[in-house]
Design a protein around this ligand. Structure first.
Ligand SMILES: Cc1ncc(COP(=O)(O)O)c(C=O)c1O
Length: 379
């Protein structure tokens, strides 16, 4: 139970989660790659139009699989936004790569594609755009820069399930992409993720890496008569119990999106006047982007006003939270030679961004209370 009356996040049930879990147990298959996993794969492939989707234990693990699939070696460089979660960089660092931190755009907080060329060196292997808040990065430019330099693109789409950029689903632009089904996301199963494969050349090895480095998937399909150790790998596949929970959520994704769209728009409308008069900016959504309605954030005028607003809401038992600490200023980031001032937009956004309570079960009354509390805050 949260200590707050209106928490920041509250995971909930939306459909047949518990029935499907019970069914998975009764079928006698609760380990990975049972029938619920297969149904999640089919659903993701059908809806997104990707070549292959493979459920993983987390988005972090899907990113680690990407680093293995791209054969990242010690000394390789991978371009990542500084304004992201640790795993975007750490997955590649685990293989010995050096993360090259790139700043974000002030409007969307997505990787600033105009800075890409200057980050590329002969050691660069990949670009990892993060679709912050499920608002698409400038994928046309990113893919064209990557193509010109022979680089791979891995989309970290943890926030952007079923969002689109110029009509095409996020997660279908890079050779590889990753999703998260962590309890804070729109569609959840507690902890979970998916690897999205758009270039068929990665499928066979991805199946092996996901199954502890063995060709067990081929064995299950009857393509080999025994399975054995053939490559690097780990246990990246989730239990079918989690897939059962996830399928029930995926089945309801349109309802989830409609609910979250309503919550997002209510915040935007309810706070626009207050924001204008208080020097606060609301999220910018480019007209050619269909966002995922993953979060609603504000950009406060300063670190100090943000701290005061958090306290003001806390006094009313409402939890609002900031987000990423710049990776280039973290202990690890500094070890890779980054300096304060390297990514000024990231540094400023990280100090000023505040996320408001946002979950499927947020009631109209609760949301009205949050909006009222915000309007009562003198910036
Ligand atoms: C951009 C981004 N990438 C990756 C992750 C990691 O996701 P997971 O918890 O599924 O490993 C997160 C977590 O929220 C994230 O925000």
């Amino acid at each position: 139970m949260s200590a707050y009356r209106i928490p920041f996040n509250k995971p909930g049930l939306v459909g047949h989660e518990l029935t499907y879990i019970a069914d998975a147990i009764h079928r006698g298959h609760s380990a990975g790659d049972g029938c619920y996993t297969a149904r999640c794969h089919d659903m993701l492939q059908r809806e997104m139009g990707c070549h292959r989707a493979l459920l993983t234990t987390s988005c972090t693990h899907a990113l680690e699989m990407c680093a293995l699939l791209l054969d990242i070696q010690p000394g390789d460089e991978v371009i990542v936004p500084s304004f992201t979660f640790v795993s975007t960089a750490n997955a590649f660092v685990l293989r010995g790569a050096k993360p090259v931190f790139i700043d974000v755009r002030a409007d969307t907080l997505n990787l600033d594609e105009t800075l890409l060329e200057q980050c590329i060196t002969p050691r660069t292997k990949a670009i990892v755009p993060v679709h912050y808040a499920g608002v698409g990065c400038e994928m046309e430019v990113i893919n064209s820069v990557a193509g010109r330099h022979g680089l791979k693109v891995v989309e970290d789409n943890a926030h952007g399930l079923f969002a689109r950029y110029k009509g095409k689903y996020l997660g279908t632009f890079g050779q590889l992409a990753t999703q998260s089904f962590h309890e804070t996301k729109n569609v959840i199963c507690g902890e979970g993720g998916a690897l999205i494969i758009n270039d068929p050349m990665y499928v066979e090895r991805a199946e092996i890496i996901r199954e502890k480095g063995t060709n067990r998937s081929r064995f299950y399909r009857g393509e080999v008569d025994k399975y054995t150790w053939v490559d690097l790998g780990s246990s990246f596949l989730p239990s079918d119990l989690l897939a059962a929970f996830l399928l029930a959520q995926l089945e309801k994704y349109k309802e989830i999106r409609a609910t979250r769209q309503r919550i997002w728009q209510t915040y935007a409308e309810g706070l626009s006047e207050w924001a204008r008069s208080s020097g606060v900016s609301l999220p910018h959504i480019p007209p050619y982007v269909e966002q995922s309605y993953h979060m609603f954030y504000l950009m406060m005028p300063s670190l100090e006003t943000r701290a005061r607003l958090i306290e003001h809401l806390k006094a009313r038992s409402i939890l609002a939270v900031f987000h990423y600490v710049p990776l280039h200023l973290s202990e690890m980031g500094l070890r890779f030679g980054a300096h304060p001032g390297d990514c000024p937009i990231t540094e400023s956004a990280s100090d000023r961004l505040l996320r408001l309570p946002f979950y499927n079960d947020l009631s109209s009354d609760e949301q009205a209370e949050v909006i009222e509390a915000m309007r009562a805050f003198p910036c």
